[in-house]
Design a protein around this ligand. Structure first.
Ligand SMILES: C[S@@+](CC[C@H](N)C(=O)[O-])C[C@H]1O[C@@H](n2cnc3c(N)ncnc32)[C@H](O)[C@@H]1O
Length: 243
């Protein structure tokens, strides 16, 4: 209990300081996540909602090849229902060395799991894959459009792309089924921008254009230590068209 509280205080202090805009994108990620890497998963467990549901809706099967872009420590693999050894091949891709070090530590003995330091906007696996997903990463990638296009490009025809992330609906036209009020949109955009998280309704809009939408859920999730706040997030699964 005391250990959790202590590590939460460290994380909260890091979040309150915000993300530095000095250096390259990779250097910014490293300076933001490096000091909180060890405590990252325990805190995000209570903030990053819907990750297990995303993987359920993505219909992930052991015979499939799978890529997570912006995978951090690889925590999401533990949400898979099947034993990890049973999967054909899983690649977890991220740009932040400190988070990847934790992933390597956990998965380096498994031949079917590959921990890759690379940029989600450009990384391509050797062969096209069955499933690609991003969990709370798209909002942290400046060139999000290129990332979505890159994710779709690595899919086999008929393969599926899944995304779970924070968002706000558009100011005028709605992109999903939920319309957030002006205060909600302004508050959450400002709140997340401090840590380099860009809430942009165009993400979901573009996903719905580039893939055939199969599943969309829009929810509000709890925020640690702030019981009166609920942050909006969505879960999207789409299919790459056959041609
Ligand atoms: C909020 S974390 C989410 C991590 C993990 N997906 C999860 O659900 O716990 C966002 C991740 O995106 C990664 N990231 C940001 N920009 C990236 C880029 N251009 N290429 C690859 N990873 C990136 C960060 O390093 C970080 O690990």
């Amino acid at each position: 209990m005391i250990t959790t509280l202590k590590s939460d205080v460290q994380i909260l202090a890091r979040l309150l300081r915000g993300r530095s805009l000095q250096g390259t994108h990779q250097q910014q990620l490293e300076s933001f996540y490096g000091p909180q890497a060890e405590q990252y998963d325990a805190f995000r467990e209570r903030l990053l909602h819907g990750r297990k549901r995303l993987l359920e809706q993505l219909d992930v099967r052991p015979e499939y090849t799978l890529v997570e872009l912006g995978a951090g420590t690889g925590r999401n693999l533990r949400f898979l229902d099947q034993p990890l050894q049973s999967f054909k091949k899983i690649e977890i891709v991220d740009l932040c060395p400190s988070l990847l070090a934790i992933a390597k530590n956990q998965y380096q003995r498994m031949n079917n799991i590959h921990v890759v330091e690379a940029d989600a906007t450009t990384y391509q696996p050797d062969q096209s894959v069955d499933r690609v997903y991003l969990s709370y990463a798209l909002t942290m990638i400046p060139d999000w459009k290129r990332t979505i296009e890159n994710a779709v490009a690595m899919l086999k025809p008929g393969g599926k792309l899944g995304v779970v992330d924070f968002y706000v609906s558009a100011d005028t036209a709605n992109v999903g089924n939920v319309q957030h009020g002006q205060m909600t949109r302004k508050f959450w955009r400002g709140w997340f921008a401090h840590d380099g998280v860009n809430l942009n309704p165009a993400h979901l809009q573009y996903l719905q254009t580039i893939c055939r939408p199969l599943y969309l859920k829009e929810e509000f999730g709890s925020v640690p230590y702030l019981p009166f706040l609920k942050a909006p997030y969505y879960i999207f699964v789409g299919q790459k068209p056959d041609s």
